[in-house]
Design a protein around this ligand. Structure first.
Ligand code: 13P
Length: 261
């Protein structure tokens, strides 16, 4: 199965923000004006505690839901963890895996990323697999090497069919929550590399159909120029997805950019 990228893919990662009632209020607003961004694939990724209520609020909507992380065991004595089965149960179709904040603060490694991706896929959850370099790595000219290693270790042993079910999000760590965005050229360079790498390792179809998102200080003002780039298929938005107004503007800018591609 390959995914299509006819529509821009806009996902809002709400991180450790919003209570359940705040999350419901936000998705209710999005839902009301859903028709304004029908031409984008919209996904909201609330904290675990809000998933159930958000799912109920979004019944029948085209806006989809994701989890922010997943443990690789389905059930057991793993206090504090959430499994793919549980995410499915509350309506998730996507899950973020290997976000740099998980890597930085919670000891996530490429090896654990791989286990989580496998667990997600075994329950038909689409992984949004995050990769990206730190400022120090960029300054030392190690960006491509870093991203290449994350791909080869995170996807180690996977075949073409499996890789075709995975969305990749390139999120340069230095651009996350800092207000610094990669320029469209900087982002395109890495996205182009990722697509080529996927083509080389998993065949042309895998590379050409891959959905590759950009994340890191995406806001309405920079969405158009980023999404116009050939290999950028959407955005993984943090801060600007917490307000309906800016999230909707981002979707509209993305749709505009896609029309002009
Ligand atoms: P910001 O958009 O707040 O920089 O966050 C990006 C991000 O980490 C999305 O996963």
């Amino acid at each position: 199965m390959t995914m299509t990228n006819q529509k821009p893919f806009i996902a809002g990662n709400w991180k450790l923000f919003l209570t359940s009632s705040e999350a419901v209020e936000l998705v209710s607003t999005l839902q009301e004006i859903n028709h304004e961004f029908e031409e984008a694939q919209m996904v909201v990724i609330p904290p675990f505690t809000a998933l159930c209520d958000v799912h109920i609020t979004l019944q029948g909507s085209s806006i989809q839901i994701g989890g922010q992380n997943v443990y690789w065991e389905e059930q057991g004595a793993y206090t504090g963890e959430i499994s793919a089965l549980m995410l499915k149960d509350v309506g998730c179709t996507y899950v973020i895996i290997g976000h740099s904040e998980r890597r930085q603060y919670f000891g996530e490694t490429n090896a654990t990323v791989k286990k989580r991706i496998k667990a997600a896929l075994s329950h038909d959850l689409t992984p949004i697999f995050c990769i990206g370099e730190s400022l120090e790595e960029r300054e030392k000219g190690e960006t491509i090497h870093k991203v290449q290693t994350q791909i080869s270790e995170g996807l180690e042993g996977f075949n073409e069919d499996t890789v075709q079910k995975i969305i990749i999000a390139y999120e340069p760590i230095w651009a996350i929550g800092t207000g610094l965005t990669a320029t469209p050229e900087q982002a395109q360079e890495v996205h182009g590399f990722i697509r080529n790498e996927l083509s080389e390792k998993y065949g042309n179809e895998t590379g050409s159909c891959a959905i590759i998102l950009y994340g890191g200080s995406v806001k309405p003002a920079n969405t158009f120029s980023l999404l116009k780039e050939k290999d950028i298929n959407g955005a993984l938005v943090g801060g600007a997805s917490l307000k309906a107004e800016s999230f909707i503007e981002i979707a509209k800018e993305a749709i505009k950019a896609y029309k002009e591609k």
